[in-house]
Design a protein around this ligand. Structure first.
Ligand SMILES: [Zn+2]
Length: 326
């Protein structure tokens, strides 16, 4: 069975985050939720620093190597995720290995059961990177992440161009709950979940346990117009106060194209998980030793975008920096 990525999660077992009918959902989470191990009261003290995360692409195809998502679609998904992470100053950089792993097995093109999902995510996964498996169809929706704080993601072919599914699943991998967690009860094993009030007076103990994300009664696409504004009226909370959720938050079920915002506390959670897990690439792995001293970091970030647009591998991760200078 797939081992969970993070040291903090070694005892959790193999629990998956599944998409529900619309986007993705959490079911079957074990009692030892990673979120409860996050020192929420200390989030303000988390130091946000530059992190580089290796990402491996797996594309499922037919037995005869036909079909499967295109490289263009894969690149599109990565570009969108990188843009969201970057525009929020998360300092989380995705380093996409340009060498794609093709899984030529027709049985996994259409994922229609949890068993299939488990089997697929067990193929060629790695402890110290994010593995993204692209399939044609996923019976629960757009995508799935493996548990809170885990490292495997499934993306369906029709979710490669909606701008936010991959970044949303990465959020789960780095410890984030949905913004509606608890306010709309989730069947994810978190027995402590409870509804957050609009006033956020209980934001440390309920909802997504973060105080800079408004209480969310689980807004869906139909509650948000094309301009990303809420279509009122909303439900009311326990105080009779109308909810004012954020339709822009990445971890909501809002309109997919609207989910572009990651709050500072959400970034702190992700940074906390990354820094405590050992998943971030070291400078040696990045080839920083070969980098000219006067080269700004921004050039490297740009190089990441260049790298993901390659459709085959001509160099290894150790060569990424020197490779982009030419
Ligand atoms: Zn989700």
């Amino acid at each position: 069975m797939r081992k969970l990525l993070f040291y903090l999660l070694l005892s959790l077992g193999n629990i998956f985050v599944f998409s529900q009918s619309y986007e993705c959902g959490m079911i079957g989470l074990s009692e030892n939720s990673l979120q409860r191990s996050i020192p929420f009261n200390l989030l303000d003290e988390v130091e946000v620093s530059e992190q580089y995360i290796l990402v491996k692409t797996h594309i499922v195809r037919e037995n005869d190597s036909s079909g499967g998502v295109t490289i263009a679609a894969v690149n599109n998904a990565y570009s969108d995720a990188i843009e969201i992470l970057s525009s929020n100053n998360s300092e989380i950089n995705l380093i996409v290995d340009p060498e794609v792993n093709y899984i030529d097995n027709s049985e996994y093109l259409y994922i229609s059961s949890q068993d299939q999902l488990h089997e697929l995510l067990d193929i060629d996964d790695d402890y110290f990177r994010i593995d993204v498996y692209f399939v044609t169809y996923y019976y629960r929706g757009n995508g799935a992440a493996q548990d809170y704080g885990a490292s495997d993601i499934l993306i369906a072919s029709y979710a490669t161009d909606n701008t936010s599914t991959l970044a949303h699943e990465i959020g789960h991998c780095f410890g984030l709950y949905h913004t509606f967690h608890g306010t709309s009860t989730e069947n994810d094993g978190d027995e402590d979940q409870c509804a957050e009030l609009v006033l956020r007076t209980n934001c440390n103990d309920c909802g997504d346990y973060l105080c800079d994300t408004p209480a969310d009664p689980k807004i869906l696409q139909e509650h948000v117009n094309l301009d990303c504004n809420l279509i009122i009226p909303m439900d009311v909370d326990g105080n009779g106060q109308e909810y004012e959720p954020d339709p822009m938050n990445l971890m909501s079920y809002s309109r997919l194209t609207c989910r572009v915002y990651i709050s500072p506390q959400q970034i702190s959670v992700m940074q906390f998980i990354i820094q405590g897990s050992g998943i971030a690439m070291t400078e040696a792995q990045l080839g920083f030793a070969n980098r000219p001293q006067d080269e700004p970091d921004t050039n490297y970030t740009q190089s990441t975008l260049d790298i993901i647009n390659l459709d085959h591998s001509e160099f290894t991760i150790d060569d990424l920096w020197s490779g982009t200078e030419t």
